[in-house]
Design a protein around this ligand. Structure first.
Ligand code: BES
Ligand code: MN
Ligand code: ZN
Length: 487
């Protein structure tokens, strides 16, 4: 989608008319009531498409509700923009959106939120339907303002949202298509199209050779071989010593293994690679934007299956860093693949590590579909990650790491076990488990089980079921902030 920043719409642009629930000036109210019943378009996300007569300019107008003034925030703007876009189902449509200096959301944020809403809100998850698309993004979006300085930010937001939509494609792809090998091929495809970005994929032989016994155990039962996807972005303009290490869980299908999951909802476990998808696609975004910092991505891609070669409850495996793990539940596979991926990322030189994973059902229960939970071993790094979450629209809430949780994963036989028999605190003890593998230096862990893959519409700009692209906007924002510490 093309972005323009200009003062007036062009002929043929559909004009958005965002309205707050509170009344506008009498003149505006008068004009509005000539178009639609104003009371039917004031609630957030209400949108009506009308065509104004040729005598009055002859254009499509989408009147869209912004909701209550005191509840207005970036997400509300995203939701309104998404609702407006869905009214323009004609392909090749063009939307002009007036930014408004009177609103409580700063112009720069408004611009970014409109772009997000339009692009994320026009994503169609039904690629496998035979009958074509139900929604499509407009061909171009015109932001109406007399601030030309808003253009680069809006342009960047568009690029990032497009990468987020590609991450959604991966999460929505069925597990018979999106195997670990296919995800690795996608990483290679991204690297081939970008400057200073490389991708390699380690096969099960290499994974064993590197001593990644935890990752290898999860992968054992599968006929689709695992891949450790490693991407490196090394731009010549990189500043400083920071190497951002992005680690992703990419279980392309999580059956639970021998600790089999119930049938209900198991189809959604195709989305258990959403963290890894966000990492892979955000590398494309970072390279496309040419951000001046080094980034290392390590994505552990595997199925978690059952079969004669499957790892079992009771098995003891040794991770790459030498620590031994008693398997007590084969459905706690995410922390096993992450254990080796985290150790590898640190070994390969990552200074600041962030992992993203759909790790625990309990996190989804705790925070629902809007917020992911974040754990960190370093307060500054936590603050950076939280700030990037807030600014990007990928919401985060901090959770505690505490050494007293460590005893939940004490094993009678090995250095630790992969799950507790207590149901308490499972996201926190998963984080304690991961902490054993992160080595020295700042690390943050995002458990995105809730917002990573939606079982039902969220009713906002992410109204579609399935993958959300959670993490792409956050990662790019974080990377950008690392390159300009003053921001
Ligand atoms: N992939 C799941 C977590 C999950 C559940 C993500 C629901 C999204 C929605 C993970 O591998 C898992 O099965 N976790 C178990 C861990 C338990 C066995 C310790 C869980 O949370 O129940
Ligand atoms: Mn599982
Ligand atoms: Zn899983």
């Amino acid at each position: 989608m093309e972005i323009r920043v200009q003062k007036e719409p062009d002929d043929g642009d559909a004009l958005a008319v965002p309205v707050l629930e509170s009344r506008a000036s009498p003149a505006v109210e008068q004009r509005l009531s000539e178009l639609v019943d104003p009371d039917r378009v004031r609630r957030l996300g209400d949108a009506y498409l009308v065509h104004v007569a040729e005598a009055e300019g002859g254009r499509d107008v989408v009147v869209v509700g912004l909701g209550k003034a005191d509840e207005l925030d970036s997400d509300a703007v995203r939701t309104a923009a998404a609702a407006a876009t869905r009214q323009l189902h004609r392909s090749g449509s063009r939307l002009a959106w007036p930014l408004d200096g009177q609103l409580s959301v700063a112009l720069e944020e408004q611009a970014r939120a409109v772009v997000d809403g339009v692009l994320l809100g026009s994503y169609d998850p039904g690629s496998w339907k035979s009958e074509g698309k139900e929604v499509e993004p407009p061909q171009r979006l015109v932001l109406l303002t007399d601030e030309p300085s808003l253009e680069p930010g809006a342009e960047r937001a568009a690029r990032v949202a497009e990468w987020a939509n590609r991450a959604r494609d991966l999460a929505n792809a069925p597990p018979n298509e999106l195997t670990p090998e296919r995800l690795a091929a996608r990483a290679a495809e991204i690297a081939a199209g970008a400057a200073h970005l490389s991708a390699e994929a380690l096969d099960p032989g290499r994974i064993e050779e590197l001593g990644m016994g935890a990752f290898a155990a999860v992968a054992r039962a599968s006929h689709n071989p695992a891949r450790l996807i490693v991407m490196r972005y090394e731009p010549p303009q990189a500043k400083g010593d920071v190497v951002l290490g992005l680690v992703g869980k990419a279980i392309t299908f999580d059956s639970g293994g021998i600790s089999l999951k119930p049938a209900q909802g198991m189809d959604e476990m195709k989305g258990d690679m959403a963290g890894g998808a966000a990492v892979v696609e955000s590398m494309g975004a970072i390279a496309e934007l040419g951000l001046p910092l080094r980034v290392l991505a390590v994505v552990a891609a595997s199925e978690n299956m059952i079969g004669g070669h499957a790892y079992r409850p009771g098995d003891i495996v040794r991770a790459m860093n030498g620590k031994t793990i008693e398997i007590t539940n084969t459905d706690a596979e995410g922390r096993l693949v992450l254990a080796d991926a985290l150790a590898y990322a640190r070994e390969q030189g990552a200074t600041h590590v962030l992992d993203l994973a759909t790790l625990t059902g309990a996190m989804q229960i705790a925070l629902g579909d809007l917020y992911a939970g974040v754990f960190a071993n370093d307060d500054r790094w936590l603050a950076d990650v939280l700030a990037a979450g807030t600014a990007s629209g990928d919401h985060l809430w901090p959770f505690p790491l505490h050494r007293r949780y460590r005893r939940y994963v004490d094993s009678s036989f090995a250095d630790m076990k992969n799950s507790s028999d207590l149901r308490q605190g499972s996201p926190a003890l998963a984080a304690e488990f991961l902490k054993e593998f992160v080595g020295e230096g700042p690390w943050a862990h995002i458990d995105m089980a809730g917002p990573g893959f939606l079982s039902r519409s969220r009713g906002d700009y992410l109204w579609q079921r399935g993958g959300t692209g959670y993490g792409v906007r956050l990662i790019v924002e974080l990377a950008r902030r690392l390159t300009e510490p003053a921001a």
